[in-house]
Design a protein around this ligand. Structure first.
Ligand code: NZQ
Ligand code: ZN
Length: 393
């Protein structure tokens, strides 16, 4: 196991009705003037925004609102948010929604105290600045998926060119995250499923490692994946199943607050490869991962460490070990994962996602790989990324 620091200062406030206490937590963490930042309408329709506003009013906390965050959040609204916060003297940002509202909130939080262009933090420049100062951010989570409620990461789509980039800093970790599983019951099945894929892939990006003997995190990863295999079909069948929603919501947090990634090298190639799909086609990030990740497995298992793929197939995906031909076990594991994602309504090919094979060169170009490589388990070149896109067709 490698040496590590694990710093996860977010307070998680989990359970029924907790959104009604949002104002009290904003006060506890020093907020007096809030930017309430949310998406395209689901949180308004469900009455959540009114409940959050009432809880702020109760504590005498004033606020301004900025709605309209799109899935795969855009740079344009971030600029608008930065200006609004400066003009209104905002000292605390509250995101209500999923990864998109939260990531947009983090970008605004980083941009307000920064003299330059907030995009500097996301730029490909190897000498780009690190976010050292930011307004405090907190979240009321409405979808179990990206894990942004627990991470210091943010991913934004640059509208000039439609490509996605991410950045991260401990100062962007939410001060608190309110997590009421009931809030996820209004999700359309496609969004529930897409969130589930994202959660599973956050675990898998950490599971595929070259660091030997990290049994503790291997087993934690396997536990989360087995939980997802068990719980997700329950909510697809019965969206109002509170216990299953609760298990999935907490799985989303522990999948991405990095407790399953410490002490080991992590991969993350599939995320970079997927981000160009969701940037170009505006598809759900999880749906893009359901297409890319099995293709990544097919490609990498032909070149590197078959035993790790076989371990996943046997311990998680219910496959029998074929000792004479372990490659058969691996193939069965990949097929089982695709079958599971298909069974919950996810696409597993370019065709099903509505992506086009002829766009592959543009996506590879947008990754701006240059001399660097992508991912760590098996570092990817431009050519290997293109091969994975083709395998995903
Ligand atoms: O905009 P509204 O109307 O709220 O609708 C949203 C949106 O259309 C809807 N939704 C959310 N909660 C709902 C609901 N509809 C009904 N009932 C509810 N309770 O769901 C749609 C998707 O929302 P979004 O926030 O985009 O989903 P998600 O949490 O999957 O976030 C995806 C974004 O996170 C990034 C992705 O790249 C993508 O841009 N990621 C962020 C990460 C991070 N910050 O650590 C890591 C991830 O790997 C990921 O890259
Ligand atoms: Zn993800």
């Amino acid at each position: 196991m490698e040496n590590f620091n694990f710093y996860s200062p977010t307070m998680f406030v989990f359970g029924k009705g907790e959104e009604n206490n949002t104002g009290a937590y904003v006060k506890k963490f020093g907020g007096t003037r809030v930017l309430l930042h949310f998406g395209g309408g689901s949180a308004v329709r469900s009455g959540l925004i009114d409940r959050v506003k009432a809880s702020l009013d109760k504590e005498g906390i004033t606020y301004v609102t900025l709605s309209g965050v799109q899935p795969n959040p855009r740079s344009g609204l971030v600029y608008e948010g930065i200006e609004l916060c400066r003009k209104e003297g905002v000292d605390f940002i509250l995101a209500v929604g999923g990864g998109s509202a939260i990531d947009s909130a983090k970008a605004i939080a980083a941009g307000v105290p920064y003299d330059g262009d907030f995009w500097d933090f996301y730029d490909d420049n190897p000498n780009r600045p690190v976010v050292e100062k930011a307004l405090p951010v907190a979240t009321v989570l409405t979808i179990a998926a990206a894990g942004s409620e627990a991470s210091g990461d943010t991913v934004i789509t640059q509208e000039k060119g439609m490509f996605k980039r991410g950045t991260g800093s401990d100062v962007l970790r939410p001060k608190f995250s309110i997590m009421n599983p009931e809030l996820t019951m209004t999700l359309p099945p496609y969004q529930t499923a897409s969130g589930a894929v994202d959660i599973m892939v956050h675990v898998l990006e950490r599971y595929f490692t070259n660091t030997p003997d990290v049994e503790i995190t291997d087993r934690m990863c396997e536990g989360i994946l087995l939980t997802m295999l068990n719980e997700v079909p329950k909510v697809m069948e019965n969206p109002g199943d509170y216990e299953a929603r609760a298990n999935i919501m907490w799985a989303g947090t522990v999948a991405h607050n990095n407790i399953c990634g410490v002490g080991r090298e992590q991969d993350w190639a599939s995320h970079e490869i997927e981000h160009e799909l969701s940037a170009l086609y505006d598809c759900a990030h999880g749906a893009g991962l359901a297409v890319i990740f099995p293709a990544w497995m097919e490609y990498v298992s032909q070149h590197h460490d078959l035993s790790r793929f076989a371990q996943l197939a046997v311990r998680v995906l219910g496959c029998q070990m074929d000792f004479a031909h372990p490659e058969n076990t691996v193939k069965a594991g990949i097929a089982a994962l695709r079958r599971f994602w298909h069974s919950i309504g996810m696409p597993t090919s370019f065709a099903e996602l509505g992506a086009k094979e002829e766009d592959i060169p543009a996506m590879v170009e947008n990754m701006r790989i240059g001399q660097r490589s992508i991912g760590h388990f098996l570092p990817m070149t431009k050519e290997s990324c293109a091969a994975i896109y083709h395998l995903a067709c």
